[in-house]
Ligand binder design. Structure first.
Ligand SMILES: [Fe+2]
Ligand SMILES: [Fe+2]
Length: 272
């Protein structure tokens, strides 16, 4: 277990006001960066410049896990994981959000709430609600993992929005109010350039008639939220009902090509 100097960590994040404006995902990522810096002896108190790609790569062998591992599968602060509460026999999407895909559920709920407050189309609100849920299982390629989990149960446009939001995060669109996230300079390196396949994906999506679907997910994909406001899944029962084809056998038990992903999320402690 690593002891965290709370004051130094808050300073590292830019002060308590900055912390209050960060969501869980941002805090988790910042904590990971902070701990890595602390473990490798780098200066972290307030003045640490964002790392380069090479510096981030040099940190890889300093960890006991790969950066792409799901947030729900490893306790990145060095502590233990917890026992998971039981799921109902026929679990619904809301059950998974409440009881399993927790690590990024709050961020997703806040994003969906923002989209709804801006009167965005309901399918965009739904896409925001689920766009990062796969991060509990896998961080690498999370847009594609999330889209795959949801594809049998949602519209093609919602799948498109979920699949491509992750790549659009690297490409600013001032016209629609999306700037490159400062946090990405810390997470990916100050000199990071998305690889050719992602550049090609961006070009395809930019010309697609559904471009605005994943773009609006990124516009709501902010880390800010109203401090102290918690968003309950129930707030979106109606949206889920209209945009998610809940299998009557329960997620994981409907024989779909992605049922195993839901079963993995249901029981991540299974040894095989
Ligand atoms: Fe995402
Ligand atoms: Fe997100």
């Amino acid at each position: 277990m690593i002891n965290i100097d709370r004051r130094a960590f808050i300073s590292f994040l830019g002060g308590s006001a900055a912390v209050a404006g960060m969501g869980c995902e941002a805090r988790a990522d910042a904590l990971e960066t902070y701990l890595t810096a602390a473990m490798t002896g780098a200066a972290v108190a307030g003045t640490t410049p964002a790392p380069t790609v090479a510096e981030l790569e040099a940190q890889i062998p300093t960890r006991s896990y790969r950066r792409g591992v799901g947030n729900g599968l490893v306790n990145k602060d060095g502590g233990n994981v917890t026992l998971l509460p039981p799921l109902p026999a026929k679990p619904t999407l809301a059950d998974f959000i409440r009881l399993r895909l927790q690590s990024n559920a709050e961020h997703c709920l806040q994003s969906a709430r923002q989209a709804r407050l801006k009167n965005m189309d309901e399918d965009i609100v739904f896409a925001c609600l689920v766009h990062d849920l796969s991060l509990s299982l896998m961080r690498a390629e999370h847009g594609f993992w999330s889209a795959q989990m949801f594809e049998p149960y949602v519209s093609a446009k919602v799948t498109f929005a979920i699949r491509h939001h992750a790549t659009l995060r690297f490409f600013p669109d001032q016209e629609h109010g999306y700037a490159y996230p400062e946090l990405y300079r810390t997470m990916f390196g100050t000199d990071y350039v998305p690889p050719p396949h992602q550049q090609a994906e961006y070009q395809m999506v930019r010309r697609h008639r559904w471009y605005m679907a994943p773009r609006l997910v990124t516009v709501n994909d902010l880390y800010s939220f109203e401090p102290g406001v918690r968003v309950a899944v129930d707030e979106f029962d109606d949206v889920i009902g209209r945009h998610f084809r809940q299998p009557k056998q329960g997620l994981g038990f409907d024989g779909s090509p992605v049922a195993h992903i839901w079963r993995t999320a249901a029981n991540p402690d299974s040894p095989l």
